[in-house]
Design a protein around this ligand. Structure first.
Ligand code: KIV
Length: 268
């Protein structure tokens, strides 16, 4: 099969403009990076979810910048064409824009093409600071795992009118500050669809319905490796699949065709 051209920021913007869905998955090592890239995943997110799925922690809060740099380097070495985003871990961007820039530099030097940070309002000047200095930024709103304790657990965000208005406002502010992508996690599908239509940047949903510009799942969740009941918005693509690469290809095909997620089963 011919090798596709590298996915660039320009290509992601073009996909948004053409209404072509973006398929993203988390990835933490070189072996999976190769499989996901070859299966057509557009973007690999080196998520700080690695604290939970690789390290067995209860939250993402203890993940360090050194660990993120290490896993980013691993993913970059296995990847050829997908767009690589690295999460800025808790504590690496909250103190000051200068501190954020120092930590983003480490991730970019490890090969990340974009960094992701969680939250809205106070993050907008930090996003502007990074973007002005040549660091592409992905914002993350809705349920933001680094704020799990402040949010009172894993709960859907933006349910009532006031919360939806605040979320919309933060998303617009982040886009105006130069964020080039937005991850929306666990928000009502109607709100996510509306935001996707009104923003000019691609919106990647996780538990946010099919109306987003693209989807992301935690790799280990979609491979059915998580213990216990899967979260509502997760589908186990290994069910009925003959192997990992086929499961990932099915995910890509289903996201691209708008077959995943199925709002009746996976959305709020
Ligand atoms: O860390 C992560 O895996 C994430 C996704 C849940 C979007 O931020």
């Amino acid at each position: 099969m011919p090798i596709r051209k590298p996915v660039t920021l320009h290509r992601l913007r073009e996909m948004r403009a053409l209404d072509e869905k973006i398929a993203m998955l988390t990835c933490y090592d070189a072996a999976f990076a190769r499989v996901l890239d070859e299966a057509g995943v557009d973007s690999l997110l080196v998520g700080d979810s690695l604290g939970m799925v690789l390290q067995g922690r209860a939250s993402t809060l203890a993940v360090s910048i050194e660990e993120m740099v290490y896993h980013t380097g691993c993913v970059v070495r296995g990847n050829r064409t997908a767009w690589v985003i690295a999460d800025m871990p808790f504590g690496s961007y909250q103190e000051s824009a200068e501190d954020a820039m120092r930590h983003a530099t480490l991730l970019m030097q490890a090969g990340a093409q974009m960094v992701k940070l969680e939250g809205g309002g106070w993050t907008a000047p930090i996003v502007r600071f990074l973007v002005d200095r040549g660091v592409p930024v992905c914002a993350h709103l809705g349920f933001t795992p680094q704020s799990v304790h402040a949010l009172g657990g894993y709960r859907v965000q933006g349910r009532d009118e006031a919360a939806a208005r605040a979320l919309r406002c933060q998303a617009e502010e982040l886009a105006a500050a130069g964020a080039e992508l937005l991850v929306l996690e666990m928000v009502p599908a109607v709100l996510a669809r509306d935001l996707t239509k009104s923003l000019s940047i691609p919106v990647i949903g996780i538990g946010a319905g099919v109306g987003c510009s693209g989807q992301v799942l935690v790799l280990h969740d979609m491979l059915g490796l998580k213990e216990g009941e899967p979260l509502r918005f997760v589908r186990n693509f290994m069910d009925g699949s003959a192997g990992i690469e086929l499961a990932v290809r099915q995910y890509v095909a289903d996201v691209k065709a708008g077959r995943f997620p199925d709002d009746a089963r996976h959305a709020f």
